[in-house]
Design a protein around this ligand. Structure first.
Ligand SMILES: [Zn+2]
Ligand SMILES: [Zn+2]
Length: 348
């Protein structure tokens, strides 16, 4: 080994690899640097954060965000190993956060410690989504209506809940502009105003999937935006006249509609308990819906006759026993009232 190279030329300490010893190399190296100031742009309304021109919803706690922003401002030399970083932050003014970054690490096998300060400047700016919402920008309206009748409270609630669920799912998937800007009750239905076409389409699909019926789309040219034709689309959702749970009459018999398919209905025969398919044209009239069923106490069961206590008149009415239902005396059964025939129909 060459004696000359075994000592550090600067401090004279042994230098196993020759040249500067590790301590002197460390002293020569700027291993920790910080940008003194970083700017963070956030939306005052929804707390979204802008990074590199793109907005995104804030997924982390504010304290985590602050630490992350401070760490992004810290630069370490590539030879630094085993860095342990600690960040202490303090809001110094409403739009300023001061962070002290402490770093313990190894450099050329020498333990090093360094500190630097990063100031975060908070800037408020309305985000893309909030500016669209406040500017009443929208791309579509989902109009939920029913065929030959008004939509009912259950359908109204279900449609509104679906709209909110789909909005949440798309927002979580990062589609920031897929927002529901309003859900309004109109005279015979529900109007859901949406920020993106994708959202309008998904809501229409899911409402018809859950409540039956179908939808058609009607685009309308409303102008230009950034040189591109701007369309607004009306999604016209038509719920079917009949609903799941409707009790209907066909050839003098009562049926409960169980499934609404595009061209036919799967029904439950309330006399025999058998399932069958039926076309809408076979239905003579609608009696009611099982969700509006009344509760009648069974007064007696005699062979093929069941006595029901009419919940409105408290008189006992006799109906035929059903092969699919075994009512017990003193217990309630659910009934639908057929006003036209003045009869109670047991539905379960
Ligand atoms: Zn040295
Ligand atoms: Zn916002």
């Amino acid at each position: 080994m060459n004696i000359q190279q075994a000592f550090c030329p600067r401090c004279g300490a042994p230098s196993p690899e020759g040249g500067l010893c590790p301590k002197c190399r460390v002293a020569e190296t700027t291993w920790l640097s910080c940008e003194p100031r970083v700017t963070a742009v956030s939306c005052p309304t929804c707390e979204s954060l802008k990074r590199g021109g793109t907005w995104s919803d804030l997924q982390t706690e504010r304290s985590e965000l602050v630490a992350e922003l401070a760490l992004q401002a810290v630069g370490l030399h590539p030879d630094v190993r085993d860095a342990a970083v600690e960040v202490r932050c303090e809001d110094t003014r409403p739009n300023r956060t001061s962070c002290i970054v402490d770093v313990d690490a190894m450099l050329y096998a020498v333990p090093v410690h360094g500190t630097c300060t990063v100031e975060i400047v908070w800037r408020r700016e309305q985000c893309d989504r909030c500016s669209r919402i406040s500017g009443s920008y929208y791309e579509g309206i989902v109009q939920v209506r029913a065929t030959g009748r008004k939509i009912n409270a259950h359908e109204r609630e279900a449609a509104a809940a679906i709209a909110e669920q789909v909005e949440d799912a798309l927002q979580q998937a990062g589609e920031r502009l897929s927002f529901v800007s309003s859900i309004e009750e109109s005279r015979d239905g529900l109007d859901i105003v949406v920020g993106s076409r994708h959202l309008g389409q998904m809501i229409s699909q899911q409402i018809t999937g859950a409540l039956g019926g179908r939808y058609t789309t009607h685009p309308r040219l409303v102008g230009e935006r950034d040189g591109k034709a701007l369309y607004r689309i009306t999604y016209s959702v038509r719920l079917p006249y009949y609903r799941k749970g409707d009790v209907v009459v066909s050839r003098g018999m009562y049926y409960e509609i169980r499934v609404i398919e595009p061209r036919r209905l799967a029904v439950f025969d309330l006399q025999t308990g058998a399932a069958r398919l039926m076309h809408e044209t076979e239905i003579e009239r609608r009696v009611g819906n099982v969700c509006e069923a009344e509760s009648a106490i069974v007064a007696f069961v005699h062979g093929n006759t069941v006595g029901l206590l009419d919940p409105k008149t408290y008189q006992t009415r006799e109906v035929s026993a059903l092969p699919w239902l075994t009512p017990a005396e003193g217990m309630p059964v659910r009934v639908i009232r057929d006003e036209e025939q003045d009869r109670l129909i047991m539905v379960g």
